[in-house]
Design a protein around this ligand. Structure first.
Ligand SMILES: Nc1nc2c(ncn2[C@@H]2O[C@H](COP(=O)(O)OP(=O)(O)OP(=O)(O)O)[C@@H](O)[C@H]2O)c(=O)[nH]1
Length: 331
């Protein structure tokens, strides 16, 4: 009877071992077990398929000789802490895209030739008190690919949300939001803030005389030119059809007027051609500096707008500044 019991226990253990091996070989996850010296003890079919290395060629070998690409210092430290603390550890594809150079088998084009991996490091202690680490390598190439695509799409959407499609400068919504923030900053830190509103002169004539495409070309070229004249902190946006606006943080009125005059001169000197015809463009500009009396960013826009209106009324291709309700012609 006792002998039969021992036989059955041995048989049970053997069956359990075979079941475990078969499960390990059918899983779509790499299973790698190493001992305390980081020598490979278990190697499943997934790893055989993805490395092209059979178990007889890797068992009893150091993990670092089978995978020379592994970061030795980082992984040794990680595995040692798993052994010493007897707690699992994890490394996601977001931390390291892959640890093991296993080629991915997807027909999709991804940023890497290798399979993205989530790796789990599990401590195993046997009843004879021997320590091992089971490394599970999960193929997350699809997750990584679609998340990367999603991130790119979201970044593109965020850009579309901020950028004017025609001129590639900030659109009105983003520009106005920026002005609101700059206004609050200027008020909080008692800093200077100026604004330039710019409107192309008789712009309707470009469309009427040469067609809408010519009008679009003028808008693109003028905004590209102005972009080259600004500092990185300046915030340039398309306010309306042929109206542009520039926020000038930490800039006083004289600095803003100087810039506006430079822009006015450079726009009128712009040599544009459309279908072999010379196209002449000029702009009118209104400048305002934030003063005590403006209680909102909208009030600052109104000041610059009033100055722009004066520039138009006084014959165009001019810079006007409006401060403390006195209008000053500067162009
Ligand atoms: N091609 C083109 N035209 C636009 C665009 N947005 C607005 N416009 C045109 O810009 C013109 C603006 O005309 P107006 O507001 O009369 O101003 P203006 O002709 O520039 O005259 P002043 O501002 O008084 O000098 C209109 O004909 C609009 O159709 C655009 O994206 N592309």
């Amino acid at each position: 009877m006792p002998e039969k019991g021992i036989d059955q226990t041995l048989l049970g253990a053997r069956i359990t071992k075979q079941i475990n091996i078969q499960i390990a070989n059918q899983l779509n996850t790499g299973i790698l077990v190493v001992d305390a010296q980081l020598t490979i003890i278990v190697w499943n079919r997934f790893l055989q398929v993805h490395t092209g290395k059979k178990s007889e060629n890797v068992l009893e070998q150091s993990i670092f000789s089978v995978f020379p690409e592994l970061p030795v210092r980082w992984l040794s430290r990680k595995l040692n802490s798993v052994l010493q603390l007897n707690t699992p550890s994890f490394c996601s594809w977001e931390q390291r895209h892959h640890l093991f150079n296993l080629p991915h088998t997807r027909p999709i084009t991804t940023d890497s030739d290798f399979m993205a991996q989530n790796c789990t490091f599990l401590p195993i202690v046997t009843d004879t008190n021997d320590s091992y680490i089971c490394i599970l390598i999960e193929d997350v190439t699809d997750v990584c690919h679609y998340q990367t695509q999603l991130k790119k799409a979201l970044a593109e959407l965020a850009k579309i949300n901020r950028i004017d499609g025609l001129t590639q400068i900030y659109n009105r919504r983003h520009w106005q939001k920026s002005l609101e923030q700059e206004y609050a900053k200027a008020r909080r830190h008692d800093k200077k803030l100026s604004l330039i509103m710019l409107d192309l002169d008789h712009f309707k004539l470009f469309n009427d005389n040469y067609g809408h495409q010519c009008g679009d070309m003028v808008l693109i070229e003028v905004s590209a030119l102005i972009s080259t004249l600004l500092r990185v902190e300046d915030i340039f946006g398309r306010y309306g059809g042929e109206e542009f606006a520039i926020i000038l943080p930490e800039t006083d009125l004289s600095g803003a007027i100087e810039l506006a005059q430079r822009i006015c001169g450079r726009v009128s000197a712009l040599a544009l051609t459309y279908k072999e015809q010379n196209v002449k463009v000029t702009a009118s500009l209104g400048v305002a500096q934030l003063g005590e009396q403006e209680q909102s960013y909208e009030a600052l826009i109104s000041q610059a707008d009033a100055a722009l209106y004066q520039a138009k009324a006084q014959g165009r291709n001019k810079v006007f500044s409006n401060q403390c309700s006195s209008t000053l012609a500067v162009g």
